[in-house]
Design a binder for this molecule. Structure first.
Ligand SMILES: Nc1ncnc2c1ncn2[C@@H]1O[C@H](COP(=O)(O)OP(=O)(O)O)[C@@H](O)[C@H]1O
Ligand SMILES: [Mg+2]
Length: 249
């Protein structure tokens, strides 16, 4: 199995202990993790557990206070590595006055997709995320679900080998869940690696190969979904049990 993400003892402290030794804000602490090529890896955790921090450390958007992160055999300082990564942030924002196709043209420029190839590429991506009929609509007029799909389109525009999705289903309705899930499954089928976190356990259960739990800045468990289902019968039972156990940390 080829490792595409390797993390060793990664810690991110946002604010160190002050003179009185209180008020420290820790994002993640001593995280060890390996993610393998082609898997859908799910990260669960309560609000504030450290999921977004971990993702940003992996993406190189935050520098770890200590520890090491290797990604696609290199680091995110490497432009060749960066160009193979896609990222849907927790709260994507696109200017409301831009048209859907203009947003994607902007990102296509950033990704260095030649102007001549952009029209076809953007057309294909809009089809993948089912927004073809909205190419000329302004972002401000899109529903939340459509904006989420535009976020996904932006994240997969460069055909990444490794895709990070931070809460891709939050704020969507059940139809939005299904549409997002179908896109994730589609990308997975192409052999890509997906790292994502979500509170929607039913969706995590439907797409993940392995699931991990982050609690109070620590990655306290990682297991194949099949083992979890065998042992606990549902992801919810596993998650609640693991977090309750982890509360002792
Ligand atoms: N930019 C920041 N500055 C200071 N503290 C932060 C910052 N971002 C996150 N934190 C803190 O780090 C912890 C983990 O946050 P986060 O990674 O956003 O958790 P999650 O994504 O699991 O909800 C929380 O205690 C949060 O308040
Ligand atoms: Mg978060």
């Amino acid at each position: 199995m080829e490792t595409v993400i390797e993390v060793k003892k990664a810690t991110k402290i946002y604010r160190p202990l002050d003179f009185w030794k209180n008020d420290r804000t820790t994002g993640i602490e001593n995280v060890d993790l390996a993610v393998y090529r082609g898997e859908v890896f799910g990260l669960l955790g309560l609000n504030g557990a450290g999921k977004t921090t971990l993702m940003k450390v992996l993406l190189g958007l935050l520098k770890p206070t200590s520890g090491e992160v290797a990604i696609l055999g290199g680091t995110t300082n490497d432009i060749a590595v960066r160009s193979r990564i896609g990222y849907l942030p927790e709260l994507p924002y696109f200017p409301k006055y831009l048209k859907v196709k203009e947003v994607l043209e902007y990102f296509a420029d950033i990704f260095g997709i030649p102007r001549g190839a952009q029209r076809k590429k953007i057309g294909d991506i809009l089809e993948t995320v089912k927004l073809s009929d909205k190419a000329d609509s302004r972002v401000g007029g899109l529903s939340k679900g459509m904006q989420g799909r535009l976020g996904l389109a932006q994240a997969i525009l460069n055909e990444p080998d490794l895709l990070f999705l931070d809460e891709p289903m939050s704020g969507l309705d059940p139809l939005g869940y299904k549409e997002t899930r179908d896109i994730i499954i589609d990308i997975h089928k192409q052999g890509k690696t997906i790292f994502f976190n979500s509170h929607i356990l039913g969706e995590v259960e439907k797409v993940c190969d392995r699931v991990s739990v982050m609690h109070r800045s620590h990655l306290i468990d990682i297991q194949p979904l099949s083992a979890i289902m065998e042992k606990y019968g549902s992801l919810e039972k596993y998650f609640v049990g693991t977090v309750t156990e982890g509360a002792k940390i």
